[in-house]
Design a binder for this molecule. Structure first.
Ligand SMILES: C[S@@+](CC[C@H](N)C(=O)[O-])C[C@H]1O[C@@H](n2cnc3c(N)ncnc32)[C@H](O)[C@@H]1O
Length: 293
């Protein structure tokens, strides 16, 4: 039986917090873009996967910022950490003014406070090597270039769904403290049994190990794209599936520990009945925005 937050909810409760978000089908414009919905298999499962790593890093790593929440959206990561870990030095940023206004309301709803700033993530977002924990949930929807500007910004991460994550990792390399961690969720194209982020993380974050889990096992990129786009954008579907035949949905922890190891771990987190079919429904809804004038 499926349970947990739905992509059409405006108000969501999980893990002892309450959030206002935008339903995925809210009509958007660039200047007032949607605040990302909460999906059980995404933010809720990520929290279960990384909660104790965050607690340990905040307790033991040296740095002036406990959590740097990049692209905070509804404020979900900052609010969870403020409420359940009691961290005092949290900075949350987002390029979307609607996200910042919503995160401020959500912080008040949950009786927590932290620094919130509307800005593009950049090296001035925090001091050099100051962040014990950096949360990244970069956009990863897959789309052809011709519809890029009609995809909601919470989902617009470049045509391979990885451009924004790569950019954010480059900047996070500057902010991450020694021994600090980056926690992330990502749907990610891959090949030869591995998600693509394993190819580029070692180039972008120095002296780091990666521990990750497949929230769901990988599926064929061609199947996913054909269900999301039906017969449309055939050349894009073919090229993407040829370059990256596999599609992954992962949670991960990158630790600046100097060891350069990669570990795939199983998880036993309750998925509450969620499967790739729910992911396909979500991405179909996101793709529908491309039909807007
Ligand atoms: C996938 S949503 C995640 C939102 C929230 N962290 C969550 O987990 O629900 C990505 C968020 O990052 C923001 N964003 C994307 N690129 C950004 C950038 N370069 N600088 C700051 N915010 C960015 C978007 O506006 C959006 O709110």
């Amino acid at each position: 039986m499926k349970s947990g937050p739905s992509m059409f909810d405006h108000e969501v409760r999980f893990a002892g917090i309450s959030l206002l978000v935008d339903p995925v089908d809210r009509k958007r414009v660039e200047a007032s873009d949607n605040v990302m919905a909460i999906l059980h298999e995404e933010q809720c499962v990520l929290w279960e996967f990384v909660r104790e790593d965050i607690r340990a890093a905040i307790a033991h790593v040296e740095g002036s910022i406990d959590l740097l929440d990049v692209g905070t959206g509804s404020g979900v990561a900052a609010i969870l950490v403020a409420k359940h870990i009691g961290a005092e030095h949290i900075v949350a940023i987002d390029k979307s003014s609607r996200a910042i206004r919503t995160a401020a309301k959500n912080a008040a709803r949950n009786g927590v406070s932290f620094t919130l700033r509307g800005e593009f993530y950049n090296t001035n977002s925090a001091p050099y090597r100051a962040a014990k924990v950096i949360a990244l949930n970069a956009p990863y929807h897959l789309y052809p270039r011709e519809i890029e500007m009609r995809i909601p910004q919470h989902a617009r991460g470049g045509i391979d769904g990885q451009q924004v994550l790569r950019e954010q990792l480059c900047i996070a390399n500057y902010h991450l403290a020694d021994g600090g961690i980056i926690v992330f969720n990502q749907m990610c194209l891959g090949r030869e049994g591995k998600p693509g982020f394993l190819e580029y993380i070692p180039h972008l974050i120095s002296g780091a190990s990666v521990r990750y889990t497949n929230v769901f096992g990988p599926i064929a990129t061609a199947d996913f794209l054909s269900k999301v786009y039906d017969g449309k954008f055939a050349a894009y579907q073919e090229q993407t599936s040829r370059d990256y035949p596999e599609l992954y949905f992962c949670d991960g922890v990158i630790t600046r520990d100097g060891n350069n190891t990669v570990t795939l771990v199983p998880h036993n987190i309750d998925l509450k009945g969620r499967t790739w079919a729910d992911r396909i429904d979500l991405h179909q809804q996101i793709a529908l925005h491309a039909n807007a004038a």
